[in-house]
Write a protein that binds this ligand. Structure first.
Ligand SMILES: [Zn+2]
Length: 135
């Protein structure tokens, strides 16, 4: 029972959830409760497809504490299919393979390990898009 519920809400918890403006249909991420286009209240949750393309990127060679084992890594500005730009780390790719306009998709990954307690923080990253049918 617990497992089933965990599985079902999985997508919701790790998906890219923003908002949609009911006045003009603008898709908003991150959520800010106000439409940046028409300034109408926007509080309707909207789950993004997680698909987008690399808009710009930069490679990080000197990592802050907690990120040392992942350098070098590439942080990209990803333009989502729905419009908004999201900043996220890229996964499954060497920094020299990244290019502007590359199709990417969201994936949930371990982002970093926190302090002595070893708490693992999960978050979203983007990886080169692979066309695998959803199960
Ligand atoms: Zn609007």
């Amino acid at each position: 029972m617990e497992v089933a519920r965990h599985w079902r809400t999985r997508h919701q918890r790790y998906g890219l959830v923003g908002e949609v403006c009911e006045s003009c249909g603008n898709k908003i991420f991150p959520p800010r409760d106000i439409c940046p286009d028409c300034e109408a209240p926007a509080k309707t949750p909207y789950t993004f497809s997680g698909l987008g393309e690399v808009y710009s990127y930069s490679t990080v060679y000197h990592a802050p504490e907690g990120y040392e084992d992942t350098i070098p890594y590439t942080v990209a500005l990803v333009k989502l299919e729905e419009g908004p730009l999201v900043t996220a780390q890229l996964a499954d790719i060497e920094p020299q393979q990244v290019s502007i306009g590359m199709p990417v998709e969201m994936t949930t990954r371990k982002v970093r390990q926190e302090g002595d307690l070893g708490v693992i923080v999960y978050g979203y990253k983007f990886r080169p898009r692979v066309h695998v049918p959803e199960v």
